[in-house]
Design a protein around this ligand. Structure first.
Ligand code: HEM
Ligand code: HEM
Length: 198
């Protein structure tokens, strides 16, 4: 029965691996989490301050900053996704209701999806608006859409929509982290902090 299988060596090994994965996010993953969080929130400030991008928009510093930060976030997010695939950390709240774990996992996946796909949609829109994607003055990315290409202009609208959905999800994510810390008094927030308490 169940108790018998618990002591099978294979299960024990599997259990140990699972425990190890549950334990902690690696320091590099925590660093990337907070760096990306900081950059993404800054990016929203820049997006709100930059001029509306339309037919007659010309390159200007805030627009260049938006593109540069966006490319930086994309690169950091790609590294983070790779680290996650190589070393997955399981969600550690087994005592919480299924719906809550589902919401947490869906939110994390949506973050990866929006931050990995969304920047390409913005890049396509930039190309369609004939705006060069000049990354911190270091290099210019090639155009990925023809000027005024209808699909790329639509991609720009989807980019903006995705990013506002992202902002709402970030609000949910922060509310969840604070709820765990302030009301449930568990270790969920601690798990992501630079120094982990007992
Ligand atoms: C990954 C981080 C990014 C975030 C959080 C972000 C956020 C946003 C937001 C919120 C808007 C809407 C602004 C408004 O409604 O006034 C916007 C628009 C735009 N973004 Fe981004 N962006 C990101 C990356 C990029 C990248 C990498 C590029 C280009 C290389 C880009 C190009 C654009 C363009 C062209 C628009 C105008 C879209 C249109 O109306 O056609 N963004 N972005
Ligand atoms: C732009 C802002 C943010 C983004 C995009 C973001 C993204 C993510 C993602 C994708 C994960 C899943 C772990 C992983 O796959 O690496 C995660 C975990 C986590 N985040 Fe954030 N985050 C943001 C801001 C915040 C803030 C402000 C807080 C705290 C108030 C926070 C607290 C946490 C915690 C505690 C976890 C660990 C959850 C667990 O696995 O138990 N995040 N975040």
């Amino acid at each position: 029965m169940a108790s018998g299988s618990t002591f099978r060596p294979a299960k024990t090994g599997q259990h140990a691996t699972q425990q190890a994965r549950l334990q902690a996010y690696r320091p590099i993953v925590k660093l990337l989490h907070w760096l990306i969080a900081f950059l993404v929130l800054g990016q929203f400030v820049v997006a709100l301050l930059m001029p509306k991008i339309g037919r007659a928009t010309v390159p200007e510093p805030l627009i260049n900053l938006h593109f540069s930060l966006g490319v930086l976030i994309l690169v950091l997010m790609a590294i983070r996704a790779l680290l996650r695939v190589l070393n997955p950390v399981l969600l550690d709240m087994p005592e919480r209701p299924v719906w809550e774990r589902w919401v947490a996992i869906a939110t994390h996946r949506a973050f990866y999806f929006i931050l990995l796909v969304g920047p390409f949609l913005g890049w396509a829109s930039a190309s369609a608006h004939k705006l060069p994607v000049n990354v911190f003055g270091l290099f210019v990315l090639p155009n990925i859409a023809a000027p005024k290409a209808a699909w790329a202009l639509a991609a720009g609208d989807i980019h903006s929509l995705f990013m506002w959905i992202l902002l709402a999800l970030i609000g949910l994510h922060i509310a969840g982290a604070l709820y765990h810390c302030l009301f449930l008094h568990d270790h969920i927030l601690q798990r992501m902090l630079p120094v982990r308490g007992k």
